[in-house]
Every structure is written in structure tokens, then in C-alpha cells.
Ligand binder design. Structure first.
Ligand SMILES: *[C@@H]1O[C@H](CO)[C@@H](O)[C@H](O)[C@H]1NC(C)=O
Ligand SMILES: *[C@@H]1O[C@H](CO)[C@@H](O)[C@H](O)[C@H]1NC(C)=O
Ligand SMILES: *[C@@H]1O[C@H](CO)[C@@H](O)[C@H](O)[C@H]1NC(C)=O
Ligand SMILES: *[C@@H]1O[C@H](CO)[C@@H](O)[C@H](O)[C@H]1NC(C)=O
Ligand SMILES: *[C@@H]1O[C@H](CO)[C@@H](O)[C@H](O)[C@H]1NC(C)=O
Ligand SMILES: *[C@@H]1O[C@H](CO)[C@@H](O)[C@H](O)[C@H]1NC(C)=O
Length: 342
């Protein structure tokens, strides 16, 4: 699994530089884990040209805010600068505006990843100048590597493009500059068992897939060995805009199924302006679930907040009865807050 080698690799890089940082990982399908910290608001945008990294933690290497955005540089073997959001989202929409790095075998990537290893990916390998890959994994299932697709993109190493993921309980869309380039339906992922559906963190990083110490398969996938004498290789991330369809302080796995219906969201966003809600129409549309399929073009339009928020209610309406009672309130309240914030 490609991202796995990325994290193993990043961990090795950390070990090599004797950084004391370690990631405590707890797989909720294997043991009882602490609840995930949620993004307890509808929107969170980061302008990485502002001088601050906002609510992002650097988990490997050094990442700085510059005029072009957050700067991720590989200067030498072992570098794999990475950041991750401090919080999780539970279904949502994420836009990452970035320019990929140059260099053979260098991978510029952003992913959504959960504690039980559900994952949704964008990966640009600089060796292939007009391509970017989409991929996903469910519950860490790596029995095959046939889920990836390749999307055509123009000059990703010279041009900032917006790479987005719109993720609901029904389907995932990958969007390039606002156009849907791939859709994965829930049922298409082994009847949902391989479908990414648990609270996710956003991770952004750059790594050398072509590092000579990597496995032959990884180097081949990366299009050849990285030549560090051509370094530095730099990726820039100008901004990340996040919408959390189910804002809450915390997400807890209530059993070991890894199903979205088993996730309990607690302490949702408080309504700030009830007068902007149109709850009757939203509840009605959630019953048909049609709102959850709100297209991404609709998303991009001025009515974005309503359709995006409605899909969170669609999610909740499909959930188990016990989840429904607490979460419906949360979702309703949060969409009201979300609409108000727009
Ligand atoms: C991120 O960094 C903050 C501040 O240093 C820290 O409190 C928090 O625990 C970190 N979060 C994660 C998920 O590592
Ligand atoms: C990558 O190389 C191209 C061509 O040399 C150059 O125009 C571009 O600025 C480089 N991009 C980065 C991120 O260094
Ligand atoms: C893992 O994924 C493969 C297809 O890629 C599928 O055949 C298999 O059933 C999956 N395993 C589980 C436990 O879902
Ligand atoms: C609920 O939210 C309040 C206010 O943000 C916070 O002080 C409290 O710790 C939260 N409780 C939980 C269980 O997350
Ligand atoms: C609530 O929303 C209404 C309608 O958009 C607006 O007129 C009003 O000023 C808002 N109130 C607050 C406290 O934000
Ligand atoms: C609320 O929803 C109803 C039913 O869909 C619609 O007719 C009405 O125009 C909506 N009102 C507002 C203020 O959006």
C-alpha cells in the first residue's frame, strides 16, 4: 500500500533524525480507543500564505508558511515533511489548492485517513507530469491494489490546481478544479465493506517514492529512483477549505464494525442564528436521501451551504436509531450554524 510505505518511511525518517515524536495509533476495530477530536464547526478554512499553519500539526520534518503557501521541501534523503489536521471530520468536503513538486519519484499527496484505516487519496507523482492518481482503502484492506485511477491534469508542478474530495455516506467524488473526475458509490466498494466511512483526519505531505531504500515495487510505481543531487523538491499548498457535514466535539466508535452507523457524535455545534434555518425542507429532503446526492456543481454554487448541510442530515437519517436521536439534533443544529456562517 503506497501510503503505508509513506508513513513507515516518514516514521523511519523521524527515527533517523532522533526526533522524539511518535504517533500513538489506536485501531478501534481491535481495541477500545479514545474518542476522536472533531471539528466542531461547519467550516474551517486555512490560508497558508498568512504566516500561520492554523489548526494543523507538523508530524514530520519542517513546514513553513510562505507567500506561495505552506512549503514542503525534500532537500535530502530522509525528508518527508507532513502536516495533519488537529481534528477529524465525519463526512464532508475538502478543497486543497496546491502545486506539486518536481523530481523523479517525488510524490505530492493529500489524503483523508481514519483510525481504522479507511482512506481517500490524491497522489501526484512528479515523474508523470500530466497525471494525478485517485485511490481509496477501506479498513486497511490491502488484498489488492486495483482501486486507483489516473486523472489527466495540466502542468501540476507549475500550476496551482484545486484537488477536492466530497465525501458522504452514499458516495465519494474526487474533483479537479471543481469538475467531478471520479465517483465511487457505496455499493461499488464490496457492498460498502470497503467503503471509507469513519471519521477522518486530513494529512498532507511529500515523500520520495523513488528513494533507493524503498522496495522495488514502490520505486517502479514512483517512476524511477529519486536523484537527490537535483534537490530541493518543493510542494506548495496555498489553502485548504474544509466543510464538516457532521460537526461535533468528538466521534466515538461504539463497536468494532467500522460502520458509519456505529459512530456516535457528541457535543455538536450550538446554533448561532436559528432564524436562517429552513428545517422543514431539509428534513423532508433527507427522507428521500436525494439531498445526499447533491452534485458537486451544485456545491460550488451559491446554494452550497444548503445542499452540503442537507447531505449531513441524509447521513444521519440512514443511521441506526440510537445514533439518530442524538445526531439528528447535532446535524440540524450544525447545519443551521453552517448556513449562518456561509
Ligand atoms: C497538535 O498540536 C497541539 C499543539 O501543539 C497539541 O495540543 C495536540 O495534541 C496535537 N494534536 C495531535 C493530534 O497530535
Ligand atoms: C518544475 O520544473 C518546471 C520546469 O523546469 C518549472 O517551470 C517549475 O517551476 C518547477 N516547479 C517546481 C515546484 O519547482
Ligand atoms: C478486501 O478487498 C477485496 C477486493 O479488493 C475484497 O474481495 C475482499 O472481500 C475485501 N475484504 C473484506 C474483509 O472486505
Ligand atoms: C463540549 O463543548 C464544550 C464547549 O465547547 C466543551 O467545553 C466540552 O469540553 C465539550 N465536551 C465534550 C465531551 O467534548
Ligand atoms: C440572523 O439572521 C437574520 C437573517 O439572515 C439576520 O437578519 C439577523 O441579523 C441574524 N441575527 C444574528 C444575531 O446574527
Ligand atoms: C423553505 O423550504 C420550502 C420547502 O422546500 C420552500 O418552499 C421555501 O422557499 C424555503 N424557504 C426558504 C426561506 O428558503
Amino acid at each position: 500500500m503506497v501510503f503505508k510505505s509513506y508513513y513507515q518511511w516518514a516514521t523511519l525518517a523521524l527515527a533517523a533524525t532522533a526526533a522524539a515524536q511518535t504517533t500513538t495509533s489506536c485501531n478501534p476495530l481491535k481495541k477500545t480507543c479514545p474518542a476522536d477530536t472533531g471539528l466542531n464547526k461547519y467550516r474551517y478554512n486555512t490560508d497558508f500564505t498568512s504566516g500561520s499553519l492554523g489548526r494543523w500539526n507538523t508530524t514530520a520534518g519542517t513546514v513553513t508558511s510562505t507567500d506561495l503557501g505552506a512549503k514542503f521541501t525534500i532537500s535530502e534523503q530522509g525528508d518527508a515533511p507532513t502536516i495533519e489536521s488537529e481534528f477529524y471530520i465525519f463526512f464532508g468536503h475538502v478543497d486543497v489548492k496546491m502545486r506539486a513538486a518536481n523530481g523523479t519519484g517525488i510524490v505530492s499527496t493529500w489524503i483523508l485517513e481514519s483510525d481504522d484505516l479507511d482512506e481517500i487519496d490524491w497522489e501526484q507523482i512528479s515523474t508523470y507530469d500530466t497525471e494525478i492518481q485517485t485511490d481509496y482503502f477501506g479498513k486497511g484492506n490491502t488484498t489488492s491494489y486495483d482501486r486507483g485511477t489516473t486523472v489527466t491534469v495540466s502542468t501540476p508542478e507549475e500550476t496551482f490546481h484545486t484537488y477536492s474530495i466530497d465525501w458522504t455516506s452514499e458516495r465519494i467524488e474526487w474533483l479537479l478544479d471543481g469538475e467531478v473526475v471520479r465517483t465511487l458509490e457505496y455499493a461499488d466498494a464490496v457492498d460498502g465493506s470497503n467503503y471509507p466511512q469513519t471519521p477522518m483526519r486530513i494529512r498532507i505531505g511529500i515523500w520520495a517514492g523513488g528513494d533507493p531504500d524503498n522496495s522495488e515495487g514502490t520505486i517502479e510505481w514512483a517512476g524511477g529512483e529519486t536523484d537527490y543531487t537535483a534537490a530541493p523538491f518543493t510542494m506548495y499548498v496555498e489553502s485548504v477549505d474544509i466543510i464538516n457535514y457532521n460537526p461535533a466535539s468528538a466521534y466515538k466508535y461504539t463497536d468494532k464494525t467500522g460502520a458509519y452507523t456505529s459512530i456516535k457524535a457528541t457535543n455538536g455545534t450550538t446554533a448561532t442564528n436559528l432564524s436562517t434555518s429552513n428545517s422543514s425542507s431539509i428534513v423532508a429532503s433527507s427522507k428521500t436521501s436525494s439531498s445526499a446526492r447533491a452534485s458537486s456543481s451544485a456545491y460550488a454554487s451559491a446554494s452550497a451551504s444548503a445542499s452540503a448541510a442537507a447531505s449531513s442530515v441524509g447521513v444521519v437519517s440512514a443511521a441506526s436509531a440510537s445514533y439518530y436521536c442524538s445526531a439528528l439534533t447535532i446535524a440540524m443544529v450544525s447545519l443551521i450554524a453552517g448556513v449562518a456562517q456561509f
